[in-house]
Design a protein around this ligand. Structure first.
Ligand SMILES: Cc1cc2nc3c(=O)[nH]c(=O)nc-3n(C[C@H](O)[C@H](O)[C@H](O)COP(=O)(O)OP(=O)(O)OC[C@H]3O[C@@H](n4cnc5c(N)ncnc54)[C@H](O)[C@@H]3O)c2cc1C
Length: 200
């Protein structure tokens, strides 16, 4: 089983197998500032009394209250303008926050004015630009699972079950919650999925 995330192509390209994804950097920024207190104490939107995950209408920016540490996390899905390319140790770019995200963010949430990130990190999405969904396929005794396109944590339980079923030669698998899923639907030649439209 090849489940090497964005590194899958490094393993599979040399043997002529298409990993059907391209790596792209994604970054998260963390903020802690008295001025952001209002976002951590939002009444009547949910049972936690905090800002729910909120996606701004422009620029792919999303913010989330992280109650365990009293901070606000922010991410941004920059599509055009952000190169594809494998990086072994992708680094966050404070400059990307300061000169890009910030100017949109303060228009929607003025409380961020002059607030700088206290922490940040970067990783890479394995992006399947065709339909935004993972691929689970097998060839010559190998199973490839990848191209999670930024939601591989959320989908890992389902993907693990689908890979196990494929290995066992089963056509269908039961996912968490009892839903049945046709294993071949995430394959390549047998693919039968709708395009994922909610990717941030
Ligand atoms: C900033 C950011 C935020 C994200 N937020 C979310 C989120 O909120 N929800 C969500 O569902 N997903 C999120 N994701 C996406 C999620 O992290 C990925 O979809 C998921 O980690 C992919 O899992 P994977 O097992 O396919 O790959 P990985 O987690 O990358 O694991 C692949 C592993 O293979 C190893 N490896 C590489 N080459 C080899 C080799 N030759 N031999 C052996 N091992 C090898 C690597 O070291 C690595 O440990 C986020 C990603 C980023 C970058």
């Amino acid at each position: 089983v090849v489940a090497a995330g964005v590194w899958s192509a490094r393993l599979l390209d040399p043997i002529g197998f298409d990993a059907l994804m391209r790596p792209k950097k994604r970054q998260l920024f963390v903020f802690k500032h008295p001025r952001l207190k209002g976002l951590l104490e939002v009444k009547e939107l949910n049972e936690y009394g905090a800002l729910p995950l909120t996606v701004l209408p422009k620029a792919g920016i999303f913010v989330k209250a992280e109650l365990t540490e009293g901070s606000i996390w922010l991410g941004c899905a920059d599509e055009l303008g952000r190169a594809f390319g494998l990086e072994d140790d992708p680094q966050p770019e404070e400059d990307y926050y300061t000169n890009n995200i910030y100017h949109v963010l303060v228009k929607y949430l003025p409380c961020f004015e002059d607030v700088r990130p206290v922490n940040m990190w970067a990783g890479q999405y394995a992006i399947n630009s065709f339909d935004g969904l993972p691929v689970v396929t097998s060839e010559a005794g190998m199973i490839y699972v990848g191209a999670a396109s930024g939601s591989g944590i959320m989908k890992c339980d389902a993907l693990g079950r689908i890979v196990a079923a494929l290995h066992a030669g089963e056509e269908e698998v039961e996912l968490y919650g009892g839903r049945r899923f046709r294993v071949a639907d995430l394959g390549v030649t047998t693919r039968n999925v709708e395009r994922e439209t909610f990717i941030i």
